[in-house]
Design a protein around this ligand. Structure first.
Ligand SMILES: Cc1cc2nc3c(=O)[nH]c(=O)nc-3n(C[C@H](O)[C@H](O)[C@H](O)COP(=O)(O)OP(=O)(O)OC[C@H]3O[C@@H](n4cnc5c(N)ncnc54)[C@H](O)[C@@H]3O)c2cc1C
Ligand code: FES
Length: 260
């Protein structure tokens, strides 16, 4: 069930010049609706007249007992810059939960690989937490151009084996995530979110190895609910709205997307 809610900003943590986390608290007067890993929110950006549309941001973490929802955000333009200036106690209007999330019903002791790059790291945190609680053996492989472009990496450690890759070798393996030795180990399932070329390379490798794979697409969005068609992607079943039919797609149905 979707809701529009005025959260209160509990805390804003700046990780670097590029990334920050917003921890939002739901009103104690009503319960938060259930949120699945991979779902996203549409955040209203107040105080920036040039930013009229809400901004789609993945759910980074949820604590239903504390009534909090966290967003990990990369500063790329006016909207995200404005969000980075919010301070404790500010009201943040959010439409959520939106879209279809990751499939998490894997048998216990399954081996899952989570591959994230850039802001695509954001939805993998809550996913790793949920998979760990289900007894799934997770390898979490995060990449970025440089070390400071892999935020909150250490927070993933409790949920699986953490592997890192940077283009410049400033942290972990030097090279792309797909060249990390952990990438080619056997897995039952691969999940990925990040830059499109990275996700396509991950998805093609998974297809070649016969491993089920889900990608979380981050197409440009406007309405966020399937009304404006500005976020469509080509799938093997025709055009689909990333906001409503995704953002998570099983790559078994994404041959056209994968091979373009
Ligand atoms: C389903 C979904 C989940 C997302 N989750 C996150 C998240 O968890 N954390 C996060 O930091 N970002 C996430 N994004 C991307 C985020 O929505 C954009 O970065 C944000 O809307 C940019 O707003 P802005 O006003 O700061 O920048 P704008 O001024 O709107 O754009 C600045 C630049 O960023 C580019 N840009 C804007 N949106 C996107 C996009 N979706 N993909 C690629 N380039 C884009 C623009 O083309 C432009 O070049 C997600 C996007 C989608 C669709
Ligand atoms: S953003 Fe409008 S249909 Fe997806």
């Amino acid at each position: 069930m979707k809701e529009i809610h005025d959260f209160k900003l509990l805390a804003s943590h700046r990780h670097s010049e590029h990334y920050f986390t917003l921890v939002l608290r739901h009103s104690p007067l009503s319960p938060m609706p259930p949120v699945a890993p991979g779902q996203f929110v549409e955040v209203k950006v107040d105080g920036e007249p040039d930013v009229m549309l809400r901004r789609p941001i993945s759910v980074h973490d949820v604590d239903p007992e504390a009534g909090t929802l966290s967003l990990l955000v990369q500063v790329v333009g006016k909207g995200t810059r404005r969000l980075s200036l919010l301070t404790e106690g500010d009201s943040v209007n959010v439409v959520y939960p939106l879209g279809h999330g990751f499939s998490v019903d894997l048998p216990a002791a399954s081996r899952a690989l989570l591959v994230g790059g850039g802001a695509g790291i954001a939805p993998l945190f809550y996913l790793a937490k949920v998979l760990k609680a289900k007894g799934v053996d997770c390898t979490i492989l995060l990449g970025g151009r440089t070390a400071d472009l892999i935020p909150v990496r250490d927070e993933f450690s409790p949920f699986g084996t953490l592997c890192l890759a940077t283009d410049d070798g400033s942290l972990g393996h030097k090279g792309l995530v797909i060249s990390h030795p952990a990438f080619n180990a056997p897995y039952d399932m691969i999940y990925t979110c990040g830059p499109t070329p990275m996700m396509k390379a991950v998805a093609r490798s998974a297809a070649e190895r016969g491993i089920r794979c889900e990608v979380s697409l981050e197409n440009l969005m406007a309405c966020g609910v399937g009304a404006c068609l500005c976020c469509v992607t080509d799938t093997d079943q025709g055009h689909r709205c990333v906001c409503k039919d995704g953002p998570v797609f099983d790559t078994a149905k994404m041959g056209k997307w994968m091979n373009v």
